[in-house]
Design a protein around this ligand. Structure first.
Ligand code: FNR
Length: 385
């Protein structure tokens, strides 16, 4: 790497340089006015960590299990669509990084590399994230393929009945695969490293949906396409149906309400992810950190509670765990790494978070992530007006 990278924010800056704006904006942005996107990070920043001294913290234990899967640090690589448009064969590169580092990797339904591509390239079981489509047989087929590929957990995303309107994507005319238009030709041609990478990519459109959906090619208007294929009618019965046919670990993602958290327990899910989709869906929703304590309180230890939304430093992981999360998932932090430097960049993001987590534990007097409790976090007035 040319200039030193000292934080995820440096990876973000490098990703911004390397990617055409149409792709960077897709990764970086959120829905509408981006109020929720902003809140996710602001509310984590507004929490303070209690310094605690006079304890031996020379050895710090950071590993956990997430639905039975060992994780070197309490973090999984969360599902993100189109990662393979930020780097050639991006999902495969990220899965290899996760395997190398020792954290779970989750492949999105909307990924460029397919379930089978990732299974062929890795030996550690990975997780598959499912969006429910209108065509029931497509859902069945995706679940069957994930099962056959040995996926150990299914993450069912609940918060995409309609797609949050991301204004930048609409403005930029985001399409899959990206096409040269009058508006973006200069943007794309002035990023030759990215262009060359894409030219040697094995795939440039949705790997999981080829052969499943007739219109999975030439998706010029992504949002309209998603809305024509995704099922806005799915409800508790559909979730129960998934629970019935998927006999391995089931994780429900997009829980922001205590009632939904309790339902997840009732239907026998193994874990929930407190998440507002990284501020990409309901603009105006509260930050996910602000609802985490009430959800943890509602479900107790009847289900594993994971957290995502705004994790950029190891200190953020401590804050989420202080508020009761068992572990976290990362979206943009690892994607910035991937977009900046491929597999090395994902590893870099993971190592940075690990080091920061370790330092934060030392300075808060913790020698084991299992000892992180509410006492480590204290609310402070907001940092920004
Ligand atoms: C996402 N997210 C997401 N979630 C999901 O269940 N399926 C998906 O395909 C995607 N796609 C996706 C693309 C991009 C570019 C981003 C940034 C996010 C949401 C993701 O899993 C996670 O909830 C958020 O990214 C967490 O917030 P942070 O870590 O990005 O702040």
């Amino acid at each position: 790497m040319s200039t030193p990278i000292s934080s995820v924010f440096d990876l973000e800056a490098r990703a911004r340089k390397r990617l055409p704006a149409v792709i960077f904006d897709y990764v970086h942005g959120g829905a509408g006015m981006e109020l929720t996107l902003q809140r996710n990070q602001d509310d984590l920043c507004a929490l303070a960590l209690r310094q605690h001294d006079m304890r031996d913290v020379s050895h710090r234990q950071m590993s956990v299990k997430m639905v039975g899967e060992p994780a070197t640090i309490p973090l999984a690589i969360g599902p993100t669509g189109l990662a393979g448009l930020t780097w050639a064969n991006g999902e495969v590169e990220a899965a290899k990084a996760a395997e190398h580092f020792g954290v779970p990797f989750c492949l999105s339904t909307m990924s460029i590399c397919s379930i089978e591509d990732v299974a062929d390239a890795t030996s550690r079981p990975f997780w598959f994230q499912l969006y429910l489509m209108k065509e029931h047989k497509v859902n069945e087929s995706l679940i069957r393929r994930a099962h056959e590929a040995g996926c150990s957990a299914l993450i069912l995303t609940l918060d995409l009945h309609v797609q949050g309107k991301r204004w930048a994507d609409a403005r930029n005319g985001l399409s899959v695969p990206p096409r040269l238009t009058l508006h973006n030709t200069w943007d794309i041609l002035s990023h030759p490293r990215w262009l060359v990478g894409m030219a040697r990519s094995k795939r440039r459109t949705f790997g999981n949906l080829q052969g499943e959906l007739k219109q999975a090619k030439n998706l010029s208007a992504l949002t309209q396409w998603i809305e024509s294929q995704f099922d806005p009618s799915f409800d508790l019965d559909t979730v129960k149906w998934v629970r019935k046919i998927w006999d391995r670990k089931l994780i429900l993602k997009g829980i922001m309400h205590v009632d939904d958290a309790r339902l997840a327990v009732d239907i026998g899910a193994d874990a929930i992810i407190v998440s507002n989709h990284g501020g990409r869906q309901l603009d105006g929703a509260p930050s996910s950190i602000s609802v985490l304590p009430e959800i943890v309180e509602a479900v107790g230890d009847r289900i594993e509670v994971f957290f995502d939304g705004g994790i950029r430093t190891g200190g953020d992981i401590v804050k989420a765990m202080g508020y009761g999360a068992r572990a976290c998932l990362s979206g943009r932090a690892w994607l910035y790494g991937l977009a900046a430097e491929g597999m090395d960049g994902v590893l870099c993001a993971l190592h940075l978070l690990e080091q920061e987590l370790s330092d934060c534990m030392a300075l808060t007097g913790l020698d084991d992530v299992a000892h992180i409790d509410p006492g480590v976090v204290t609310a402070q007035p907001a940092l920004r007006p």
